[in-house]
Every structure is written in C-alpha cells, then in structure tokens.
Design a protein around this ligand. Structure first.
Ligand code: WT7
Length: 545
C-alpha cells in the first residue's frame, strides 16, 4: 500500500485527541460545532407524502438517541446490531447510532426473505435488529431459531417512538482504532452461504478520498446515490463518504419509476448522481421525451456502478443530459471505488476506466504473471489498502482464499489496453449479477430444492439486455410431479418468499438431469453454454451428459 500517501491524508480525518476515531464522528458529529451544523444533510423523498429535511444537527441528535437506546439494552463494542429497514431516515440515523456505540452495524436488504434473514442472523449472532412493522413479520417466522437475537426493535411502533422521544440527545461516542470493525454486510459467492464481509473504521480515509476524486463532490452539491444501504454502495457512498464531506444527500424511499426519478432530479436540483446500469437502461427505455419534460440543467456529474455499463448508455446520456455516465468498478470486499472514469479521464465507452492513483491493479494470466496488452485474465489488486475488508465473519478460510501470491483476487475477468484502461470481461466464477445485485446460484438452488417435489436445481445468470443478467433455473422434479406453467409460478413465489424478492428465477426450465462432475458438483458452465447455444467445451469430467 502507498502508506506514505495515506499518511499525508490523515489530516483530512477527525481523529480524537488520543489518536482513535469513530466513523460516526467523522461522518456526523464533527459537524456539530462547525459550519455544516444547520446544513441539510438528508433530503428524504418518501414514496408517498411530503419531502422531509434533516440537518446534520438533526441526524446527530437522532443517532445519539438510538445509540442511547442500544446502550441501555446492553450493546457494547463488537456486538452486531442489524438493520432490516426500507430506505427511511431511521435507517441512516440508526446505522450511525449503532457505530457510535462501538457495535458493528449490519445491513440486510429489505427484499430478503425468511431463509436469507435466518442465515445472516445465525452467522453474525446479531443481538438486536431494527425493523418496521411490515418487515418484522419475516423475522418473526425465524426468530425461534435464533437464540442470540435478543431484541427486535420496531421503529414505527408507538412503543419505540416513545423510547426515542425520551432518550437523551447526548451520547459519548465510543473511541475506536482504525482496525476495529465498523460495519458488515453479506455477499454471495459461487458456493455456500453468504459471507459476512467486515469493514473497519480506518476505511473512511479512502472512502472519503475516492468520493472527492471520482464523484467530484463539492460543498454546494446536491447528491443522489440511488443505491440501498442493504448493499455496500448505499453504505459507503450514501452515508459515509458523502456526509464526511458534508454533502447534502437525497434518499428516495420508493421503487424505481422513471417519471419520479426525473422529478426528484429536477425538483431538488441534483448536481451529482450515482446510479446503476440497469436503472439507466430502464430510463433509456422510457424514451427521450420524458427527459425533456424535466429541467435537469443542474445535473453536473453522472456516475455508475455495479455491472457493465454499455457504451449505448453513455452515448444516450451524452445526448439527453449533455454529459456521459462515468463508470466505476469496485466490490463489497474492496470497500471503496478501485477503478473508475474519474472526471479528468477521457472516457473510452465500455471501459471501466483506470485504477485510482493510490491503487495498483493488474491482469494476470493463467501462469499468474502479467497478461499481455488486451489479453484477458484475472483482475487483481495489490493489498492492503485502507478500505479493504478486514475479515470474513467467522470464516478465516474464505478470507484467506481471496489472496494469492501477495495479490487480492477479485473474481472478475478483465483486460488492460495499451493506454492502461481496464475492460470488464465477466466473472471468473458462477456469481450472478441481476439488475446490479449480486446473487449466489447456490442460494437460489437451495431455495428451489426446499419446494416439495423438486429433486435438484442448477441456476445460472442468463444475459439480458435490460437487467444485465436474469436468473435462470434448470429444475429436476420428481417423476410423479407434472411440469406446468403453474408450477413455475409457484417456484418463483417460493424463492421470493424463502430467499429474496430480487433473487428469484425469471426463467425456469424443467430438465431430466443436471450435468455434474464426477464428484457430484453441478456444472453451471455447461448449463450456461447450453443456454447460449454454444459448444459445451471440455466435458471429460462429466459423469454423463
Ligand atoms: C461485482 C461486485 C461495490 C459496487 C457494487 C457492487 C461487478 C461492479 C462493475 C462495473 C462491470 C462491475 C463485478 C464485481 N461490477 N462494478 N463497473 N463493471 N462489473 O458490489 O455486489 O460486491 O459486486 O460487481 O463483477 O466483482 P458487489
């Protein structure tokens, strides 16, 4: 790592006099007696109803109240406290309230179903969860199997509101070291249950610097990052980096709707907008006229993350907004943007851009040495860096598996061109990216097998012009079960309820047998090739096909 460089940036972070820190202080409380005290921090646009504004002072008070409630319930440094909330102001204030107590804040996307919740609570041994009346029903289904979960706090219940009312607005933030854990979130790989990726307080230095450099955030910006804090972008770039820079930030509580999105951009005079390719393609599909109905003249900088940004989207943005989207690449594990089209870099549409100045990225060939110019290989990064994950919760083996010969292996395939631009090629593993959301095939397969009558299932990502990929399932059912459209619908509903609303297979095909290795592993590569009408490649390890 470029330690000397980061040492020069230490002055940008508000450390306590004893040299410790807490990201909640850096993000909120340092503004208490400073010029941003009464500046709008959060503009909340609910799905229905009126806009609500929170100043930095409002968020400081609200997060202090939450920190007090948690501390009174016995939360101490290192405990896990989770959020299972929709995008409401309480989510944002609670995240920082948890961090103030020294506990590790965990987020769970509001579309998660019973089994996804159970896996996450079980693995993290979370003590407390904050949720809403509506979402708490799903936790109720599994809570008997979660002995470590002591309290379910329902933020829209009268009882909790009263507690908030009575709680003190003062809280003494727990001092942490740079390496102490601050937050965690679960993400999927090819196999096994989701992994708890844990980030440390010290990551803030890079999160902040990357937002300044790549998103070009300036004091008077109105900034909208459309990501949900159930995913890492929503934590790092709509809670941490933005507020540590004192930036007014929009949160929209509702679902995607082109008309509403343009209204939010126009009404709030949004100047910096960070979103995702699927949303951009959905906007494109609604046509140019809709854009023209809104005054988007304040939009100054556009950026995108999460999945490949196709050149058409960049060209379209140039046409309708008069400026391009800047693609950025990173992962839950990296903790901040690693490769990007920074404002000063000339964009090559279709490229992810270049590594940030403090990152050393490379492409390795099969032999583990540097690939040729334009040669496809494994995308690797040189560790450590301040925002890299510190551990995989309770899974040292998994953590270790990310590192090889002193490099961090991203799991992505990429190319580097003669000018040093990086081009995304695909995943090296079976991880699916649908609408920018990372889904593990194993979890979907497990959900399908849970349905009566299903023998086994193989799940792949199938290229889709709107969503990047959609989830496709090949399902083997018992001989006595009849394949039908109705059964497909039932399976979809089951996965939504069991696993998550966003992780269900949009396409299902019943087949007699799954291609497997001799050791019995499903060969998703073969399913993918078959789906794409491609040569199925080397099948020598196949049991039978
Ligand atoms: C995976 C990480 C932290 C950002 C949100 C996603 C894919 C991410 C790009 C991009 C092509 C991208 C990669 C990566 N990905 N950004 N600009 N172009 N692919 O975080 O859910 O941990 O997913 O998303 O495959 O490994 P994540």
């Amino acid at each position: 790592m470029n330690q000397d460089f980061w040492n020069t940036k230490n002055g940008t972070i508000s450390y306590f006099p004893d040299g410790s820190l807490n990201i909640a202080y850096e993000v909120l409380d340092k503004h208490l007696n400073a010029p941003n005290r009464n500046k709008t921090a959060l503009i909340f646009e609910p799905e229905n109803g009126d806009t609500v504004l929170y100043t930095f002072l409002d968020l400081i008070k609200l997060s202090n109240k939450i920190a007090n409630i948690l501390t009174n319930l016995g939360v101490v440094k290192g405990d896990r406290v989770f959020l299972f909330l929709p995008r409401i102001p309480e989510l944002y204030a609670s995240f920082l309230g948890i961090v103030k107590t020294g506990a590790i804040a965990g987020t769970m996307f509001s579309a998660f179903g019973e089994s996804a919740l159970k896996d996450r609570f079980e693995n993290s041994e979370a003590k407390i969860v904050l949720t809403t009346k509506e979402l708490s029903a799903r936790i109720e289904q599994v809570k008997n199997r979660l002995p470590k979960l002591e309290h379910i706090l329902v933020v829209d219940e009268e009882n909790f509101k009263q507690q908030l009312e009575q709680a003190s607005e003062q809280f003494s933030i727990v001092h942490m070291n740079s390496e102490d854990y601050a937050f965690m979130l679960y993400t999927s790989g090819t196999t096994g249950k989701p992994k708890g990726i844990v980030h440390a307080h010290g990551g803030i230095i890079q999160q902040k610097e990357s937002a300044k450099l790549v998103l070009d955030l300036k004091d008077d910006d109105v900034y909208w990052c459309t990501a949900d804090p159930g995913w890492v972008t929503g934590i790092v770039y709509s809670i941490l980096a933005n507020w540590s820079l004192g930036i007014t930030t929009i949160v929209y509580g509702g679902r995607f709707d082109a008309q509403i999105w343009y209204q939010i951009l126009a009404k709030n005079k949004v100047s910096v907008w960070y979103t995702a390719p699927t949303a951009i393609r959905m906007l494109m599909a609604k046509g140019d006229d809709l854009v023209k109905q809104h005054d988007l003249s304040h939009v100054r900088f556009l950026a995108s993350v999460g999945e490949p940004l196709n050149p058409e989207a960049i060209i379209w943005a140039q046409k309708v907004f008069g400026k391009p989207f800047h693609d950025t690449w990173w992962q839950t594990e990296t903790g901040s943007i690693m490769i990007a089209n920074s404002p000063t870099l000339e964009i090559k549409p279709g490229s992810m851009g270049k590594p940030l100045p403090w990152m050393n990225a490379n492409v390795f060939n099969q032999e583990g040495s540097q690939a040729q110019v334009d040669e496809e290989g494994d995308l690797v990064l040189h560790p450590p860096w301040p925002s890299i994950m510190r551990t995989v919760w309770n899974n040292q083996e998994k953590y270790d598996s990310y590192f090889k010969n002193g490099w961090y292996i991203t799991g992505d395939r990429a190319k580097k061109d003669k000018d040093g631009y990086f081009w995304f090629v695909g995943r090296a593993d079976d991880v699916i990216k649908t609408s920018g959301e990372r889904v593990g095939p194993f979890e979907v397969e497990t959900a399908l097998i849970d349905f009566p009558g299903v023998v086994e299932a193989g799940v792949i990502g199938k290229p889709d012009s709107l969503r990047g990929e959609i989830i496709k399932a090949f399902v083997v059912i018992k001989p006595e079960v009849k394949p039908s459209e109705e059964l497909k619908e039932q399976l979809k509903e089951h996965v939504k309820k069991y696993l998550a609303g966003h992780a269900y297979p949009r396409e299902i095909e019943f087949i007699d047998k799954l291609p497997k290795t001799r050791s019995g592993k499903i060969m998703r590569r073969i399913l993918r090739a078959k789906e794409m009408g491609q040569d199925i490649g080397d099948t020598s390890t196949l049991e039978e096909y």
